[in-house]
Design a protein around this ligand. Sequence first.
Ligand SMILES: Nc1ncnc2c1ncn2[C@@H]1O[C@H](COP(=O)(O)OP(=O)(O)OP(=O)(O)O)[C@@H](O)[C@H]1O
Ligand SMILES: [Mg+2]
Length: 451
Amino acid sequence: MSRKSILVVDDEKSQREILEMILSGEGYDVTTASSGEAAMKFVEKRHFDLVLTDLKMTGMSGLDLLKELTDYDKSIIVVLLTAHGSVDSAVDALRLGAFDYLQKPYDSEKLLDTISRALQKLDTLDVEIISESAEMDKVKKMILKVAKSNSTVLIRGESGTGKELIARAIHKNSPRSNNIFQAVNCAAINENLLESELFGHEKGSFTGAVADKKGLFEIADGGTLFLDEIGELDISLQAKILRALQEKQIRRVGGTKEIEVDVRVVTATNRDLLKMTEDGRFREDLYYRLNVLAIDVPPLRDRATDVPLLMNYFIRKHTRNTKREIKIEKDAEKVLLEYGYPGNVRQLESAVERAILLCENDTITREDLPPEMLQQNGTGGSEVFKLPPGGVNFEDVEKSLITQAMERTDNNITRSAKLLGLTFRTLQYRLEKYGIKRESDGSDNESDEDE
Ligand SMILES: Nc1ncnc2c1ncn2[C@@H]1O[C@H](COP(=O)(O)OP(=O)(O)OP(=O)(O)O)[C@@H](O)[C@H]1O
Ligand SMILES: [Mg+2]
């Protein structure tokens, strides 16, 4: 984490100097102000992680400052210094949202301990994102970083990886957390309705518009608007969203006046937006605007260390209001831990939930797990496909799998053959049969063949 910034407020010069010395000695980035009024001026100019203020000052008191600060930015942590005997006001301060108070004379160790406890609060997320993998640590760090800004965020990841949870975490950890978090799924509503949902409409602007209606941008004013599945947004609406992001103004359907909105927009998609821009299905300008702050959520199969943790978490979550103590038999646990989870965390959660419902004697066995999980495990890890009701064109499936394997391995025949469970020669034969050309022909050395 970056160096934390502290604003020290005291009307006594010697006090400011001592505090500055102690705190900068610990590596904090310290600024001092000689009054509450001066402190507010600093706060309006830049962000501070923590404000350490004296309680009794001429002019604005520490309590007044606390009130102004929490009105201005809910994420600032406030610690008060009180003279001996003013514990009552200190308790008031806690009620008003101060993190803690210290009585003077304080010793510097106690002071530093309080400050460090207060700042730790900043680094802990206020939404339960269960993980211990390095991959998710990176994601959590990004969440805390972007939460402080007002920029638009794009969350990318496969279905069920936790994109919405992350959007909520961004909001919860942002200065807007006391205002509304409004989610809208762009795929669930048709284009015309969605425009009026987002931007509102004026009475009579279309059949059915019987009264003026506020849109979600107006409703989320001061808060966060989560545009889920942004890749499904119709191209004409993309232009309107871009305009709202750029101008911070919207116009209701059928309206003429511009309405100012203060909304932080967070978006999510499981699509490859860059590819969509190449195909002309997603506006390039909107893509680049969204892509400035992007968070990539790794699929569950790429963070295996999170699986046992999530498994136990979901067991607790789904038995929370019961007295049940669920156990898992070893071979059922093995299946859960080794499965590939194409549906990611959501699939793990529903498997656990289902098993808790089905299991007898509070013990989860293999039989309580969904069949698709057992199939994969039972056939030595090779993919098992469900034959669709209408059947398939077998050669197309084969060709597509081979192409995917070659893409994934950068046209390495040996590794592709391994992925497909074929021998080098068999794969080579099929590549020729289907006319799938390797770009780097000849570079795949036959000597690393392990037949
Ligand atoms: N790290 C995690 N810790 C705890 N719960 C999680 C975690 N990741 C996901 N979940 C849970 O898994 C479920 C799916 O997550 P979420 O809805 O956020 O995924 P998503 O990426 O938005 O999926 P989709 O693309 O299908 O909309 C939710 O119930 C969520 O609470
Ligand atoms: Mg979602």
